[in-house]
Ligand binder design. Structure first.
Ligand SMILES: Nc1ncnc2c1ncn2[C@@H]1O[C@H](COP(=O)(O)OP(=O)(O)OP(=O)(O)O)[C@@H](O)[C@H]1O
Length: 304
Protein backbone atom coordinates (compact mmCIF):
# COMPACT_ATOMS: atom_id res chain seq x y z
CA UNK A 1 0.00 0.00 0.00
CA UNK A 2 1.43 3.43 -0.87
CA UNK A 3 2.06 5.66 2.13
CA UNK A 4 -0.58 8.26 3.04
CA UNK A 5 2.09 10.93 3.41
CA UNK A 6 5.50 10.95 1.79
CA UNK A 7 7.75 13.93 2.49
CA UNK A 8 11.16 13.94 0.81
CA UNK A 9 13.88 16.44 1.64
CA UNK A 10 11.53 19.26 2.57
CA UNK A 11 13.26 22.62 2.87
CA UNK A 12 11.45 25.82 3.80
CA UNK A 13 12.70 29.24 4.82
CA UNK A 14 11.03 32.50 5.83
CA UNK A 15 13.12 35.48 4.66
CA UNK A 16 16.46 34.82 6.33
CA UNK A 17 15.19 32.16 8.76
CA UNK A 18 15.46 28.50 7.77
CA UNK A 19 12.46 26.86 9.45
CA UNK A 20 12.91 23.39 7.94
CA UNK A 21 16.36 22.36 6.73
CA UNK A 22 15.81 18.82 5.49
CA UNK A 23 12.83 16.75 6.60
CA UNK A 24 11.84 13.39 5.15
CA UNK A 25 9.11 11.24 6.62
CA UNK A 26 6.53 8.67 5.68
CA UNK A 27 3.15 8.03 7.25
CA UNK A 28 1.44 4.71 6.61
CA UNK A 29 -2.29 4.16 6.29
CA UNK A 30 -4.05 3.76 9.65
CA UNK A 31 -1.17 4.79 11.88
CA UNK A 32 -0.89 7.62 14.37
CA UNK A 33 2.36 9.48 13.84
CA UNK A 34 3.46 11.98 16.46
CA UNK A 35 5.68 14.91 15.57
CA UNK A 36 7.69 15.97 18.59
CA UNK A 37 10.40 18.55 19.00
CA UNK A 38 11.53 21.63 20.91
CA UNK A 39 9.99 25.05 20.25
CA UNK A 40 10.88 26.43 16.86
CA UNK A 41 12.07 23.05 15.55
CA UNK A 42 9.97 23.35 12.38
CA UNK A 43 7.02 21.10 13.29
CA UNK A 44 4.22 23.48 12.36
CA UNK A 45 5.96 24.55 9.16
CA UNK A 46 6.28 20.88 8.18
CA UNK A 47 2.60 20.13 8.74
CA UNK A 48 1.54 23.35 7.02
CA UNK A 49 3.47 22.23 3.93
CA UNK A 50 1.75 18.82 4.18
CA UNK A 51 -1.63 20.58 4.35
CA UNK A 52 -0.81 22.69 1.31
CA UNK A 53 -0.89 25.94 3.30
CA UNK A 54 2.75 26.67 2.55
CA UNK A 55 4.82 25.95 -0.54
CA UNK A 56 8.13 24.16 0.04
CA UNK A 57 11.28 25.83 -1.30
CA UNK A 58 12.74 22.42 -2.07
CA UNK A 59 11.70 18.80 -1.75
CA UNK A 60 8.55 16.88 -2.66
CA UNK A 61 5.39 16.07 -0.74
CA UNK A 62 2.67 13.61 -1.64
CA UNK A 63 -0.46 13.31 0.49
CA UNK A 64 -3.13 10.71 -0.35
CA UNK A 65 -1.53 10.54 -3.79
CA UNK A 66 -1.97 14.32 -4.30
CA UNK A 67 0.33 17.30 -4.47
CA UNK A 68 -0.89 19.34 -1.47
CA UNK A 69 -0.33 22.70 -3.11
CA UNK A 70 -1.44 21.96 -6.68
CA UNK A 71 -4.36 19.71 -5.67
CA UNK A 72 -5.38 21.66 -2.58
CA UNK A 73 -9.12 21.70 -3.35
CA UNK A 74 -9.22 17.91 -3.75
CA UNK A 75 -7.04 17.34 -0.68
CA UNK A 76 -9.25 19.55 1.49
CA UNK A 77 -12.16 17.15 0.95
CA UNK A 78 -10.19 14.22 2.39
CA UNK A 79 -8.15 15.97 5.04
CA UNK A 80 -9.22 17.07 8.52
CA UNK A 81 -7.28 19.95 9.99
CA UNK A 82 -7.73 21.54 13.40
CA UNK A 83 -8.71 25.19 13.19
CA UNK A 84 -6.40 27.70 14.78
CA UNK A 85 -7.71 30.16 17.36
CA UNK A 86 -9.75 33.02 15.95
CA UNK A 87 -10.80 31.29 12.75
CA UNK A 88 -14.49 31.14 13.68
CA UNK A 89 -16.85 34.11 14.03
CA UNK A 90 -17.51 34.94 17.69
CA UNK A 91 -21.29 34.95 17.35
CA UNK A 92 -21.58 31.47 15.78
CA UNK A 93 -23.17 28.92 18.13
CA UNK A 94 -21.50 25.51 18.64
CA UNK A 95 -24.27 23.53 16.92
CA UNK A 96 -24.44 26.05 14.08
CA UNK A 97 -20.69 25.80 13.47
CA UNK A 98 -20.83 22.01 13.38
CA UNK A 99 -23.85 21.95 11.10
CA UNK A 100 -22.33 24.55 8.79
CA UNK A 101 -19.01 22.72 8.51
CA UNK A 102 -20.69 19.36 7.95
CA UNK A 103 -22.47 20.89 4.94
CA UNK A 104 -19.08 21.48 3.27
CA UNK A 105 -18.38 17.75 2.92
CA UNK A 106 -19.89 15.06 0.71
CA UNK A 107 -19.97 12.41 3.46
CA UNK A 108 -19.87 14.16 6.83
CA UNK A 109 -19.80 12.49 10.24
CA UNK A 110 -22.88 12.87 12.44
CA UNK A 111 -22.18 16.22 14.06
CA UNK A 112 -24.44 15.60 17.06
CA UNK A 113 -22.51 12.43 17.92
CA UNK A 114 -19.21 14.28 17.60
CA UNK A 115 -20.52 17.15 19.73
CA UNK A 116 -21.63 14.78 22.50
CA UNK A 117 -18.47 12.68 22.22
CA UNK A 118 -16.39 15.78 22.87
CA UNK A 119 -18.54 16.85 25.82
CA UNK A 120 -19.97 19.85 24.01
CA UNK A 121 -23.63 18.73 24.09
CA UNK A 122 -24.52 21.19 26.86
CA UNK A 123 -22.87 24.00 24.93
CA UNK A 124 -24.79 23.43 21.69
CA UNK A 125 -26.43 26.87 21.88
CA UNK A 126 -23.43 28.75 23.26
CA UNK A 127 -21.72 31.28 21.01
CA UNK A 128 -18.10 30.56 20.06
CA UNK A 129 -16.92 33.79 21.69
CA UNK A 130 -18.37 32.67 25.04
CA UNK A 131 -16.62 29.27 25.16
CA UNK A 132 -13.68 28.62 27.47
CA UNK A 133 -10.27 27.89 25.93
CA UNK A 134 -10.75 24.15 26.46
CA UNK A 135 -14.21 24.18 24.90
CA UNK A 136 -12.90 26.08 21.85
CA UNK A 137 -10.17 23.49 21.57
CA UNK A 138 -12.69 20.64 21.65
CA UNK A 139 -14.78 22.35 19.01
CA UNK A 140 -11.71 22.69 16.79
CA UNK A 141 -11.13 18.93 17.13
CA UNK A 142 -14.77 18.22 16.25
CA UNK A 143 -14.47 20.43 13.16
CA UNK A 144 -11.31 18.59 12.11
CA UNK A 145 -13.24 15.32 12.17
CA UNK A 146 -16.57 16.50 10.79
CA UNK A 147 -15.83 15.66 7.16
CA UNK A 148 -15.05 11.96 7.94
CA UNK A 149 -11.50 12.58 6.69
CA UNK A 150 -9.12 9.80 5.59
CA UNK A 151 -6.32 11.76 7.20
CA UNK A 152 -6.48 14.11 10.19
CA UNK A 153 -3.71 16.49 11.18
CA UNK A 154 -4.01 17.71 14.73
CA UNK A 155 -1.57 20.41 15.79
CA UNK A 156 -1.45 20.92 19.56
CA UNK A 157 -4.28 18.44 20.03
CA UNK A 158 -4.87 18.88 23.74
CA UNK A 159 -3.09 22.12 24.58
CA UNK A 160 -5.25 24.04 27.05
CA UNK A 161 -7.34 21.05 28.11
CA UNK A 162 -7.58 19.84 31.69
CA UNK A 163 -6.39 16.28 32.43
CA UNK A 164 -9.86 14.73 32.19
CA UNK A 165 -10.68 16.47 28.89
CA UNK A 166 -7.25 15.42 27.61
CA UNK A 167 -7.99 11.77 28.39
CA UNK A 168 -11.44 12.02 26.79
CA UNK A 169 -9.81 13.47 23.68
CA UNK A 170 -7.28 10.62 23.54
CA UNK A 171 -10.14 8.12 23.65
CA UNK A 172 -11.90 9.99 20.89
CA UNK A 173 -8.76 9.98 18.73
CA UNK A 174 -8.29 6.26 19.35
CA UNK A 175 -11.89 5.72 18.28
CA UNK A 176 -11.30 7.70 15.10
CA UNK A 177 -8.18 5.70 14.33
CA UNK A 178 -9.98 2.40 14.91
CA UNK A 179 -12.22 3.43 12.01
CA UNK A 180 -9.12 3.45 9.79
CA UNK A 181 -8.32 7.17 9.77
CA UNK A 182 -4.63 8.03 9.55
CA UNK A 183 -3.64 10.66 12.11
CA UNK A 184 -0.71 13.03 12.50
CA UNK A 185 -0.36 14.76 15.86
CA UNK A 186 1.97 17.60 16.71
CA UNK A 187 2.40 17.60 20.44
CA UNK A 188 4.47 18.85 23.33
CA UNK A 189 3.08 16.24 25.70
CA UNK A 190 5.23 13.17 26.08
CA UNK A 191 2.47 11.27 27.85
CA UNK A 192 0.21 11.95 24.90
CA UNK A 193 2.79 10.69 22.40
CA UNK A 194 3.49 7.63 24.52
CA UNK A 195 -0.17 6.78 24.85
CA UNK A 196 -1.42 7.53 21.33
CA UNK A 197 1.36 7.29 18.78
CA UNK A 198 2.49 4.20 16.90
CA UNK A 199 5.60 6.08 15.84
CA UNK A 200 7.17 9.36 16.77
CA UNK A 201 9.23 11.63 14.52
CA UNK A 202 11.59 13.71 16.60
CA UNK A 203 12.36 16.99 14.84
CA UNK A 204 15.10 19.33 16.02
CA UNK A 205 16.41 22.46 14.31
CA UNK A 206 14.73 21.65 11.00
CA UNK A 207 15.96 18.04 10.80
CA UNK A 208 14.38 14.69 11.62
CA UNK A 209 16.57 13.30 14.40
CA UNK A 210 14.88 9.91 14.49
CA UNK A 211 11.59 8.17 13.72
CA UNK A 212 10.70 5.20 15.90
CA UNK A 213 8.08 3.74 18.21
CA UNK A 214 7.94 5.43 21.63
CA UNK A 215 9.56 2.33 23.16
CA UNK A 216 12.20 2.25 20.41
CA UNK A 217 13.08 5.90 21.07
CA UNK A 218 13.59 5.24 24.74
CA UNK A 219 15.80 2.29 23.92
CA UNK A 220 17.84 4.27 21.39
CA UNK A 221 18.45 6.99 23.95
CA UNK A 222 20.27 4.31 25.96
CA UNK A 223 18.73 5.39 29.21
CA UNK A 224 19.17 2.96 31.99
CA UNK A 225 16.61 1.41 34.22
CA UNK A 226 16.78 2.03 37.96
CA UNK A 227 15.78 -0.76 40.34
CA UNK A 228 15.23 -0.07 44.05
CA UNK A 229 14.60 -2.63 46.75
CA UNK A 230 15.28 -3.54 50.35
CA UNK A 231 17.01 -6.94 50.64
CA UNK A 232 15.37 -9.27 53.15
CA UNK A 233 18.82 -10.52 54.25
CA UNK A 234 22.38 -9.13 54.11
CA UNK A 235 23.45 -8.80 50.49
CA UNK A 236 26.93 -9.25 49.06
CA UNK A 237 26.95 -6.44 46.49
CA UNK A 238 29.40 -8.31 44.27
CA UNK A 239 26.65 -10.79 43.41
CA UNK A 240 24.94 -8.00 41.53
CA UNK A 241 27.83 -5.83 40.34
CA UNK A 242 29.32 -8.90 38.63
CA UNK A 243 26.27 -9.12 36.36
CA UNK A 244 26.89 -7.80 32.83
CA UNK A 245 23.42 -6.17 32.85
CA UNK A 246 24.27 -4.08 35.93
CA UNK A 247 26.20 -0.84 35.55
CA UNK A 248 26.07 0.55 39.08
CA UNK A 249 24.95 -0.04 42.63
CA UNK A 250 24.45 2.40 45.48
CA UNK A 251 22.84 2.16 48.90
CA UNK A 252 20.59 4.63 50.60
CA UNK A 253 20.00 3.42 54.15
CA UNK A 254 18.65 -0.09 53.80
CA UNK A 255 17.61 0.49 50.20
CA UNK A 256 19.77 -0.79 47.37
CA UNK A 257 19.61 1.07 44.05
CA UNK A 258 20.84 -0.81 41.00
CA UNK A 259 21.14 0.77 37.54
CA UNK A 260 21.43 -1.21 34.36
CA UNK A 261 20.13 -2.09 30.93
CA UNK A 262 16.60 -3.20 30.06
CA UNK A 263 17.30 -6.80 31.14
CA UNK A 264 18.74 -5.88 34.52
CA UNK A 265 15.55 -6.55 36.45
CA UNK A 266 15.36 -10.22 35.42
CA UNK A 267 19.05 -10.75 36.08
CA UNK A 268 18.92 -9.10 39.52
CA UNK A 269 15.81 -10.89 40.73
CA UNK A 270 17.18 -14.26 39.51
CA UNK A 271 20.43 -13.82 41.46
CA UNK A 272 18.57 -12.70 44.57
CA UNK A 273 16.25 -15.71 44.35
CA UNK A 274 19.20 -18.10 43.98
CA UNK A 275 20.66 -16.65 47.17
CA UNK A 276 17.42 -16.83 49.13
CA UNK A 277 17.00 -13.06 49.30
CA UNK A 278 13.65 -11.38 48.72
CA UNK A 279 13.56 -7.91 47.16
CA UNK A 280 11.20 -6.01 49.48
CA UNK A 281 9.48 -2.78 48.35
CA UNK A 282 10.77 -3.42 44.84
CA UNK A 283 10.37 -0.48 42.46
CA UNK A 284 11.54 -0.14 38.89
CA UNK A 285 11.86 3.26 37.23
CA UNK A 286 11.71 2.90 33.48
CA UNK A 287 13.09 5.58 31.22
CA UNK A 288 10.25 7.67 29.87
CA UNK A 289 9.83 9.22 26.44
CA UNK A 290 10.57 12.54 28.14
CA UNK A 291 14.00 11.24 29.24
CA UNK A 292 14.64 10.11 25.66
CA UNK A 293 13.56 13.48 24.27
CA UNK A 294 15.97 15.32 26.54
CA UNK A 295 18.80 12.92 25.72
CA UNK A 296 18.24 12.98 21.94
CA UNK A 297 17.63 16.72 21.46
CA UNK A 298 19.42 18.25 24.43
CA UNK A 299 16.27 20.31 25.04
CA UNK A 300 13.53 20.14 27.62
CA UNK A 301 10.03 19.74 26.26
CA UNK A 302 8.04 22.84 26.97
CA UNK A 303 4.80 22.44 28.85
CA UNK A 304 2.00 24.60 27.61
N1 LIG B 1 5.73 33.19 9.23
C1 LIG B 1 6.98 33.14 9.71
N2 LIG B 1 7.91 34.07 9.40
C2 LIG B 1 9.17 34.01 9.84
N3 LIG B 1 9.65 33.01 10.63
C3 LIG B 1 8.80 32.05 10.98
C4 LIG B 1 7.41 32.06 10.54
N4 LIG B 1 6.80 30.96 11.07
C5 LIG B 1 7.75 30.31 11.79
N5 LIG B 1 8.95 30.95 11.74
C6 LIG B 1 10.20 30.52 12.37
O1 LIG B 1 10.58 29.27 11.82
C7 LIG B 1 11.06 28.38 12.82
C8 LIG B 1 10.22 27.13 12.86
O2 LIG B 1 8.90 27.47 13.28
P1 LIG B 1 7.73 26.41 13.47
O3 LIG B 1 6.52 27.18 13.91
O4 LIG B 1 7.61 25.58 12.27
O5 LIG B 1 8.31 25.54 14.68
P2 LIG B 1 7.56 24.59 15.71
O6 LIG B 1 8.45 23.43 15.88
O7 LIG B 1 6.17 24.35 15.27
O8 LIG B 1 7.57 25.48 17.03
P3 LIG B 1 6.55 25.50 18.29
O9 LIG B 1 6.77 24.23 19.02
O10 LIG B 1 7.06 26.67 19.07
O11 LIG B 1 5.18 25.68 17.76
C9 LIG B 1 11.03 29.18 14.12
O12 LIG B 1 12.32 29.70 14.33
C10 LIG B 1 10.03 30.28 13.86
O13 LIG B 1 10.36 31.43 14.61
Amino acid sequence: MPPVIEVRHLHKRYADKIAVEDVSLTVQEGEILGILGPNGAGKTTTVECIEGLRVPDRGTIEVLGLDPHRDRAELTRQLGVQLQAGQLPEHLRVAEALELYSSFYPDPADWRTLMDGLGLGEKARTRYGKLSGGQKQRLSIALALIGSPRLAILDELTTGLDPQARRDTWELVEGVRSRGVTIVIVTHFMEEAERLCDRVALIDAGHVVVVDTPAGLTERAGIEQRIRFRPSAPLDERLLTALPEVSGLTRRGETVIVTGTGDALNAVTAVLARNGIVALALRVEQASLEDAFVRLTGAHPHHS
